[in-house]
Design a protein around this ligand. Structure first.
Ligand SMILES: Cc1ncc(COP(=O)(O)O)c(C=O)c1O
Length: 429
């Protein structure tokens, strides 16, 4: 399976907003790191759940049974996406931030205050603040940041290892930096966590549209991701190893169930959120075999299709990354545009494992003004922010521009960004 121009056209038809903004202006959407566009299947399933299965769960009439089934279907789809043991390992929440806070409250009950937590230097604050709060509540005594290489943006797992000691009870990392694009070596860090008998937590929010994760292969204890970064709507999911679901005591209201993922879910769940994520995951399974007559069966067959899909997605995104970094024909890449400073890995390959997320500044332009120019003049949607990350400050910047490509972006869109930046750079030469 290969994403060629014909298949890309089919893929783009699955995203009603891919080519134009709501006013019908043709544009390239490159702000995928902040939230991807929604696939038709996710929106259709959400609509169906909203109208047909709008009742609350736990009763005997069809609307209620349909709501319970929709939630189960959503858990099954997420379990296939992550290769989780079973659907009951999937917990839903309002956001990844909410889920990690909730996890930290549960861990706070277990810790004595002498423990430390090790993380990377490129986390989103979602994976910093819960541990900082635990420190303020005297539930841990230190949060340690493993440095990444400032020139390459790469994190050596040895940098995590150096910070681990016998009081390390949690190692928590982003699967990929939402600013630098750097991929974290999850398998290696998983081994470090197991040797240290520490819990291994993964924030996969940024990474999840780019690579198929496998929680069993990685051996993580928890993993969070958000639907709005995976072609679906807002609302997030956390995988937890079965023993943790059972043993830990999350904050909950007394009357809510004492077992299963429901024990972790605060308040009434929204079945439409589960419907939408199952639509997004089935869309991805379709990418794995677009000519299949029927949608895959949940379980092994769907997982297999997802594996095929992500093989194609990774291969295609690598092509996009090569063009973005090195250019094509007369169009220079991000590495070569004069006055452009790119942060993070400047190449792609085994040693430079990265996602197609490119943060940069351009000499002579303020970030926000450049973002505006890219929109007004070139119809390119590219953000300029701090991305709730310590990374801009590490490079002594308040903000950076960021373009994130996903598999529905075309090579022409990458080239459009490069030519626009080259054009703007020339004006300041
Ligand atoms: C790496 C990473 N973690 C966490 C978040 C926040 O996720 P949520 O909005 O679901 O809390 C983001 C959002 O940009 C992110 O990029």
């Amino acid at each position: 399976m290969r994403i060629d121009s014909k298949f890309l056209a089919m893929i783009r038809r699955q995203f009603p907003a891919v080519g134009a903004d709501p006013a019908g202006r043709k544009r390239a959407f490159l702000d995928n790191g902040a939230g991807t566009l929604v696939t038709r299947r996710a929106a259709d399933r959400e609509h169906e759940a909203r109208i047909d299965w709008s009742a609350n769960v736990g009763n005997l009439f069809p609307e209620s049974e349909g709501a319970s089934q929709t939630i189960l279907d959503g858990r099954m789809a997420v379990a296939d996406l992550l290769n989780a043991q079973r659907p009951s390992t999937i917990i839903s929440g309002e956001s990844a931030t909410g889920l990690l806070f909730s996890l930290s409250y549960a861990l706070g009950r277990e810790f004595s205050g002498s423990e430390n937590v090790v993380t990377t230097g490129y986390e989103h604050y979602t994976n910093i603040s819960p541990w900082v709060e635990m420190g303020s509540n005297l539930e841990i005594n230190e949060l340690r940041f493993a440095e990444f290489d400032r020139d390459t943006g790469v994190l050596d797992p040895g940098s995590i290892q150096e910070r681990v000691d016998r009081n390390t009870k949690v190692i928590t990392v982003a699967a990929a930096s939402n600013v630098l694009g750097t991929r974290t070596d999850l398998v290696e860090i998983g081994k470090i966590a197991r040797d240290a008998k520490a819990l291994f937590i993964i924030d996969a929010v940024h990474h999840v549209p780019h690579e198929l994760v496998d929680v069993r292969k990685i051996g993580c204890d928890f993993l969070v991701f958000s639907g709005y970064k995976l072609f679906s709507r807002h609302g997030s999911f956390m995988y937890a190893k079965p023993e943790h679901i059972k043993k830990l005591s999350p904050y909950k209201v007394l009357a809510s169930p004492d077992r299963g993922p429901e024990k972790w879910e605060q308040g009434t769940r929204d079945q439409a959120m589960f419907a939408a994520i199952s639509g997004a995951i089935d869309y991805l399974a379709w990418v794995g075999n677009p000519s299949a007559k029927r949608p895959p069966k949940p379980g092994k067959q769907r997982r297999m299709r997802l594996m095929q899909a992500f093989k194609a997605i990774e291969r295609y995104e690598k092509e996009l990354m090569d063009i973005a970094l090195h250019g094509k024909g007369k169009t220079p890449g991000l590495n070569d545009i004069p006055g452009l400073r790119l942060y993070g890995p400047s190449d792609v390959g085994k040693e430079w494992n990265r996602d197609p997320t490119f943060s940069f500044n351009l000499r002579g332009y303020q970030d926000r003004a450049l973002s505006r120019k890219l929109w007004d003049k070139y119809r390119l949607a590219v953000g300029a922010e701090d991305y709730y990350s310590r990374v801009p400050a590490i490079y002594k910047k308040k903000t950076m521009l960021r373009a994130t490509f996903v598999h529905y972006n075309s090579k022409a869109e990458v080239l459009r960004l490069l030519s626009a930046l080259d054009d703007l750079a020339r004006k300041k030469r």
